[in-house]
Design a protein around this ligand. Structure first.
Ligand code: NOJ
Ligand code: CA
Length: 586
């Protein structure tokens, strides 16, 4: 009962704050789900803003930056995990779901952040890492202590295989066997990621109940939603069998063997029913392994969550996620097709797409999706236009709004990310040279998007007064929030303009999506149309001028162009334009 009252209060407060804050979109917010009309912003807490000089971003740093985020139109802030953790995987190894790690602050700091964000119509989105915990989590400590305690069955334990080794030949996503031997139990435990991240046993109803309790604890604190980490791995096959070896290490990648196992939707439905009724929160899943054609079961009216990150486009150049040296060439029509496929698949079920080009596991989008040597300012605006005008909720990765790019440190020792090391060693093991392995690290390392946010042109880009835990990208003197704010032609001001445009032209929020010229080799073009207006968006993703048939713009007026001058029928290199016509034209 008490919980229900808290929830009703939380919903009412959020609704009032949103109505007060959302200006032009206010009438809409009464009828529609708030998270469909906003922009989400991912904060890699460790690298966002440090307030106590220890070189590590903290919760207070976020609270201090809320006005910056509000100006960007962000209504939902996804925080990467800031719970108590040994930080083996920068917080994706959680030791206590009910505590804030001291390195990021205190629970009082979190309460203050939720409150201050709320005052500005911004909701906090917590990252729930529920496929696994840290091996330092008391749940695991108890589980590994013996075969007959209350938590013995909370993780996935198996006897050694016939040869006395690992029970199967599964390779973890970060490389090496997915099994680790525990001498106390005399058994192996499964870890889809690091050995310090043992997988929880979702088959056990007590585990599922404990996880629902964690989520409800945060709902009652007033958060606006959850991102569910690695959620496609929670259900394991009924029988564990060896997979076909797929590399020289004779192991078989666990992803192909366990992702999206039948039965997973039952777990997720139970979770949804235990958490969301009576709330206005949203849930977005990291769902590697769910194909676009499966989206209707996952999202929309009958879906188990509100949105999932469908990732085919970020893997467009990487056929084998473990092997960063084996890349493939791709063409723009393929990329467009991937975006359009998720749009199509969710439309019929009223599902909703989280639109994203970057996150803390991906390289910077300017490097990832644009030709080498592309002008980064024009390129950042082109990609920003795509991000903020597709149908769905845009997820901006911190720094994307500044047009930040990859780093390329000389030695592997300069990198921090554990998966980068594993990919590097895997490449050497497969016979690639050190140069090839380093080139792959430069291209795909997760550290590319994890460098400190660049606030000013001062020391350490204004991120910290101490020594940053990871080096600042050396381009910070030119590319930083303060300088870009002062420059009307910057990527940052383009994002701010687009965010405003979205709130003033509602077809960009609720309009249908229809792709134009799908075969065009340079331009990504689409319409967004609702009952009153139609926006036509054309983006040249190449460094050459591009021509198109201007008939699609009949009766349309220019709202915005990223080039100095523009005319219907042609686009300058990397130019993005948005036109608007009354609905029903054409
Ligand atoms: C996906 C997260 O985004 C990534 O950063 C993390 O390493 C793995 N899941 C394991 O939790
Ligand atoms: Ca700090």
């Amino acid at each position: 009962m008490k919980k229900r009252i808290y929830r009703i209060l939380a919903v009412l407060t959020a609704a009032c704050l949103l109505l007060a804050a959302s200006g032009a979109g206010a009438a809409k917010a009464e009828n529609e789900l708030w998270w469909k009309n906003t922009i989400a912003y991912e904060i890699y807490v460790r690298s966002f803003r440090d307030t106590n000089g220890d070189g590590i971003g903290d919760l207070k740093g976020i609270t201090q930056s809320l006005d910056y985020l509000k100006e960007l139109g962000a209504g939902a802030l996804w925080l990467t995990p800031c719970y108590a953790s040994p930080q083996e995987d920068n917080g994706y190894d959680i030791a206590n779901f009910y505590e804030i790690d001291p390195v990021y602050g205190t629970m009082a700091d979190m309460d203050e952040l939720i409150r201050e964000a709320g005052k500005r119509g911004i909701r906090i989105v917590m990252d729930l890492v529920f496929n696994h915990t840290s091996d330092a989590n008391p749940w695991f400590v108890e589980s590994r202590a013996g075969r007959n305690n209350e938590k013995s069955d909370w993780y996935i334990w198996r006897d050694p295989g016939e040869d006395g080794g690992a029970p199967t030949n599964w390779r973890s996503i970060f490389g090496g066997s997915a099994w680790e031997y525990d001498p106390i139990r005399g058994q192996y435990y499964l870890h889809t990621f690091l050995k310090q991240q043992p997988d929880l046993n979702w088959e056990n109803p007590e585990v599922r109940k404990a996880l629902i309790d964690v989520a409800n604890f945060w709902v009652n604190k007033g958060v606006g939603g959850f991102r569910l980490d690695a959620i496609t791995y929670i259900k394991k096959p009924a029988v564990f069998e060896n997979g076909r070896p797929d590399a020289d290490d004779r192991l078989s990648g666990i992803h192909a063997l366990t992702a999206d196992t039948p039965g997973i939707l039952d777990f997720l439905r139970e979770f949804q029913e235990g958490v969301t009724p009576g709330t206005d929160i949203f849930m977005v899943g990291e769902a590697n392994g769910v194909a676009p054609e499966e989206l209707p079961e996952w999202v929309g009216g009958d879906g188990v969550m509100d949105m999932i990150f469908e990732i085919s486009h970020v893997l467009i150049d990487l056929p084998d996620e473990m092997n960063w040296c084996k890349t493939r060439e791709w063409k723009i029509p393929e990329l467009k097709k991937m975006f359009s496929a998720s749009q199509e698949m969710t439309r019929s079920t009223k599902g909703w797409v989280p639109v994203f080009l970057e996150n803390h596991d991906q390289p910077r989008s300017i490097n990832h999706f644009l030709p080498e040597g592309a002008d980064r300012v024009a390129g950042g605006k082109a990609l920003g236009t795509l991000l903020l005008t597709m149908r769905g909720t845009p997820f901006i990765m911190q720094g994307e709004e500044l047009g930040l790019v990859n780093v390329a440190w000389e030695s592997i020792d300069e990198y921090k990310d554990v998966s980068t090391f594993n990919h590097y060693w895997f490449a050497l093991g497969e016979g690639y040279t050190q140069e090839e392995a380093m080139a792959a690290v430069h291209r795909f390392s997760r550290d590319n998007a994890r460098t400190p946010l660049q606030w000013t042109d001062g020391e350490n880009a204004g991120f910290t007064t101490g020594t940053p835990w990871i080096p600042v990208n050396e381009d910070y003197k030119t590319f930083n929030a303060a300088s870009e704010k002062a420059d009307p032609d910057s990527v940052l001001n383009w994002y701010i303009t687009l965010a405003k445009l979205r709130s003033e032209h509602e077809e960009l929020l609720d309009g249908d999506y229809r792709e134009l010229f799908p075969e065009h080799e340079q331009i990504f073009a689409y319409e967004r149309e609702n009952e009153t207006a139609k926006a036509v968006i054309l983006i040249n993703l190449t460094t050459e001028p591009a021509a198109y048939d201007p008939a699609c713009l009949e009766g349309a007026e220019l709202l915005l162009s990223s080039a100095k001058e523009t005319e219907k029928g042609t686009l300058a290199p990397l130019e993005a334009v948005i036109y608007e016509a009354p609905a029903g034209k054409q």
